[in-house]
Design a protein around this ligand. Structure first.
Ligand SMILES: Nc1ncnc2c1ncn2[C@@H]1O[C@H](COP(=O)(O)OP(=O)(O)OP(=O)(O)O)[C@@H](O)[C@H]1O
Length: 586
């Protein structure tokens, strides 16, 4: 169905919420006619009748109307700010969830752009340019009013409005693509700076701050150049619009004066129509003056609308029960969405509850990619990951999330306490999850370590978990992966930063998972972990090179040991009886 027929949530929300400010604009624009009517009455009535009483009455009435205008204008601004705020509250969480998922799937390079778009739209709604947008349609009413006084004055007003509208349109055509490009480049430069700041540690240690800053300056310089060109174009247009408006008002006055002289029209009409025309043209002039704000808001709305129009991932009508952990991987292939590079090709294997599968292989073999596909972070280009027979995409994320444990290669914790991180931030005032948190920590063999922290489970881990050491972070993250006893646990190099105590704890944790019937898939390079694996999958260039069971591995190891022993015996025999050995060989 066409998107023009189906109004998206965002469009519906804005349409509903902007109704009130639009209604206030009606009252405000009516009130703004007061000075023109006042002038008309003073010239045509008060000065003719010389009635002070009428003058006082008219002045009081106009004063009251203008005071009402002031109050209404304030309320309208407040309403618009409220719309902006509620926009962020209403769509912020949905948008962030969308962005987290799209960022994890690597289908976008700009996760935070959506939130920036939302604040652009909010700022636009709270600013002055939007007011001009509400006032601009009133130009039609003002022009008709002028025409009601005299058709020639009306004609001049129509021509002036049309010329200004044409200038606005041509400005849009000329700056549109340029502004789009500049805004995109500005965002890319902003993201570059954000990455530099996020990696401040390595940037400082390696003395890269000057070179990276220079790269950022180069990126922004071209944007500034284009901004300058665009700004001067808009500036020229804005100045011509202002001049044109003044000239048109002079012309209006001149035509009015001509009508007064030749046709006996009232001088009140001449002044009133000039003021009304000024009112009609002001919002159009303002729109041209703040064109970049309009373009930014339009682009932000377009992007948000498109993003929010997509149904959120994982919405399923039939909720499947929590899986038991029967994992089956069928012909999994993954191609990067941007470069179309094949990272994984036709990978298949299965694992039963209580089995430990070790994924091994050289750097870049595709182990991490496979781990990401198993937990649904990446979506396969072909093939399927099944849990208890169902494609993992058929599960409601609220069911699948707690049933999965994932320890990524680069562990990041979130600012909060150790307990909050282990509980995946699910604590509520009614449920502090303490029992489940301690159970997970014990299962991960990290309980004692946490008790040694200054505030135990309530220790703040700092941004990204920086207040903990690499090994501590990894062990707390393992507890997070084991929170609420998931059915399947995927561990990407869980032993990477562990000391011998940590390794012992990990081995113990793996034995515990096995006993509890948890399915474990672990990427590893260490022999020790291979010792507890039921199955070892060797990967190479994104493909399964070989699969071996623990029995086969042990048989191989035994064979290797036997052949080593045999070789050693042969060498020993050669040393002891060199002539015999030579004779045998001959
Ligand atoms: N988003 C991406 N775009 C393009 N190539 C990618 C992307 N992610 C990973 N790769 C490439 O895919 C290949 C497999 O990467 P992966 O991280 O799965 O390897 P790995 O076996 O886990 O390696 P390591 O043991 O070094 O962590 C690598 O050659 C990597 O360069």
């Amino acid at each position: 169905m066409s998107r023009f027929i189906v109004m998206t949530d965002l469009a519906v929300f804005l349409r509903q919420r902007l109704r009130w400010p639009a209604l206030f604009s009606l009252a405000i624009n009516l009130a703004l006619l007061a000075p023109s009517i006042y002038m008309l009455q003073v010239y045509d009535r008060v000065l003719v009748t010389r009635s002070i009483e009428t003058l006082v009455m008219l002045t009081i009435l106009t004063g009251v109307t203008l005071a009402a205008f002031g109050a209404l204008d304030q309320v309208r601004s407040r309403l618009l700010s409220l719309v902006g705020m509620s926009l962020e509250q209403r769509f912020g969480p949905t948008l962030l969830s969308h962005l987290i998922v799209t960022n994890a799937r690597q289908t976008t390079t700009a996760a935070d752009d959506g939130l920036k778009d939302l604040s652009t739209l909010r700022n636009f709604l709270s600013g002055t340019p939007v007011v001009a947008l509400f006032d601009a349609p009133w130009a039609v009413v003002y022009v008709l009013l002028i025409a009601a006084f005299d058709w020639r004055l009306g004609l001049l007003a129509i021509v002036s409005v049309l010329v200004l509208l044409w200038l606005t349109w041509s400005n849009n055509q000329r700056t549109r693509s340029g502004l789009d490009g500049t805004l995109k480049e500005m965002r890319a430069a902003g993201r570059w700076a954000d990455r530099c700041l996020a990696n401040a540690e390595v940037v400082t240690a390696l003395g890269m701050s000057d070179t990276l800053s220079r790269r950022w300056a180069e990126q922004t310089a071209s944007v500034h150049d284009r901004n300058l060109t665009m700004g001067s174009r808009t500036g020229v247009l804005s100045a011509s619009t202002r001049t044109l408006r003044q000239m048109v008002q002079v012309l209006m006055m001149a035509l009015g004066a001509w009508l007064v002289i030749h046709e006996g029209a009232s001088s009140g009409v001449m002044l009133a129509t000039t003021i009304i025309l000024g009112r009609a043209l002001a919002p159009i002039e303002q729109i041209i003056g703040s064109w970049s704000a309009f373009t930014e808001a339009r682009l932000a709305f377009g992007r948000l609308d498109e993003l929010l129009a997509k149904p959120p991932e994982g919405v399923v009508a039939t909720t499947l029960p929590r899986p038991q952990g029967h994992l089956k991987v069928e012909g999994l292939t993954h191609v990067t969405p941007d470069s179309q590079r094949i990272l994984l090709r036709q990978v298949s294997f299965d694992a039963a509850p209580g089995e430990i599968v070790a994924l091994v292989g050289g750097s870049g073999a595709g182990k991490t990619t496979l781990a990401r596909l198993l937990v649904g972070v990446l979506r396969p280009s072909a093939g399927v990951v099944r849990l208890d027979g169902a494609d993992i995409r058929q599960y409601d994320p609220r069911v699948l999330g707690p049933a999965l444990g994932y320890l990524p290669q680069d562990v990041e914790l979130f600012s909060g306490t150790v307990a909050e991180n282990i509980a995946r931030f699910t604590q509520t005032p009614e449920n502090d999850c303490a029992e489940a948190v301690i159970a997970a920590a014990k299962a991960a063999g990290v309980h004692e370590l946490i008790l040694r922290f200054p505030q135990g489970y309530d220790t703040q881990v700092g941004e990204g978990g920086r207040r903990l050491s690499g090994g501590q972070r990894q062990r707390v993250a393992l507890a997070r992966a084991l929170y609420q006893a998931p059915a399947v646990v995927v561990l990407d190099e869980p032993d990477a930063s562990l000391d011998s105590e940590g390794e012992d704890a990990l081995m113990h944790a793996l034995q515990g998972l096995k006993q509890r019937g948890t399915t474990v898939v672990a990427v590893t390079q260490r022999r020790r972990l291979l010792g507890v694996a039921d199955k070892v999958i060797v990967m190479r260039d994104g493909q399964v090179e070989r699969t071996a069971t623990q029995a086969q591995l042990q048989a191989q190891a035994q064979q290797a040991q036997q052949s080593q022993v045999a070789a050693a015996q042969r060498s020993a025999a050669v040393v002891a009886h060199p002539h015999q050995s030579r004779g045998q060989t001959a």
